[in-house]
Write a protein that binds this ligand. Structure first.
Ligand code: PEP
Length: 255
């Protein structure tokens, strides 16, 4: 279902006490301060060791929900050091980030692996937040649409309609992630409209209208309102600004 949506990707940051403090602050602020109605879906994605503690503080309401940042493509087995999708689900995760550019780049996750991981996540009952996005080089070569179209086709569009209904798509231009260089609202809208059009072509117009598409890349409390006001931008996947409770809650209140 298409909905206003903000997810925080904490990456490899925060100790247990820091994570507990941040979560408690966010929960308290969201309790005390009005957001748009219906309330945006909020997801916190801490590192693995912090999931249980953060999940306990979030409680059972499902909003904010708990999400993870990664998992192994196999269901279980002899993969020392890895974490399975079923384990994540069993500790209360509802969402998982998939295809983040940092995993594509530093951990060589390619489209074929992502396609496999998507199936594993869905089979375990996790909703993937599936990331796509171009490098600066690709943008400057005017190949953004081709590149993103290919990422969607190879990594995502093998899913059935029912499977896709469980997926949130995130457009994250690599040149905007962690750089302080945000895409303009026009640049974001242009790519989001393209992504929705690709979903319509691969499935149908109703599926496209029902798909939640997030923007990620130096989104912050100052620029979120402008980005979220674009017709095809349904919210944000937030890195740096999700580590500060006030900034993150201001972003959630930007619809
Ligand atoms: C991200 O890594 O998903 C992200 C959007 O990071 P930042 O907000 O820090 O650019």
């Amino acid at each position: 279902m298409r909905q206003n949506f903000v997810a925080g990707n904490w990456k490899m940051n925060l100790t247990l006490p820091e994570a507990q403090a941040l979560t408690s602050e966010i929960v308290q602020m969201l309790h005390d301060e009005p957001t748009s109605v219906p309330a945006p879906q909020v997801v916190l994605c801490p590192p693995f060791p912090l999931l249980l503690a953060v999940g306990r503080l979030l409680g059972e309401s499902g909003n904010p929900a708990l999400g993870a940042q990664n998992f192994h493509e196999k269901e279980s087995g002899a993969y020392t050091g890895e974490v399975s999708a079923r384990q994540l689900h069993s500790v209360g995760c509802q969402y998982v980030i998939l295809g983040h550019s940092e995993r594509r780049q530093h951990f060589r996750e390619d489209d074929a692996l992502l396609a496999q991981k998507l199936k594993t996540a869905l089979a375990a009952g996790l909703k993937p937040i599936f990331c796509v996005g171009e490098s600066l080089e690709t943008r400057e070569a005017n190949e953004t649409f081709d590149f993103i179209g290919q990422q969607l086709a190879a990594g995502l569009f093998h899913s059935s309609k029912e499977e896709l209904s469980q997926v949130v798509i995130a457009y994250e231009p690599i040149w905007a992630i962690g750089t302080g260089r945000t895409a303009s609202s026009q640049q974001a809208q242009e790519v989001h409209a393209f992504i929705r059009g690709q979903v319509a072509a691969a499935y149908d117009a109703q599926v496209a209208a029902d798909t939640t598409i997030l923007y990620g890349g130096s989104c912050n409390a100052q620029n979120a309102r402008e980005l979220f006001s674009q017709p095809d931008v349904d919210g944000g996947l937030i890195g740096g600004a999700s580590l500060k409770s006030r900034d993150f809650v201001e972003i959630i209140k930007s619809f």
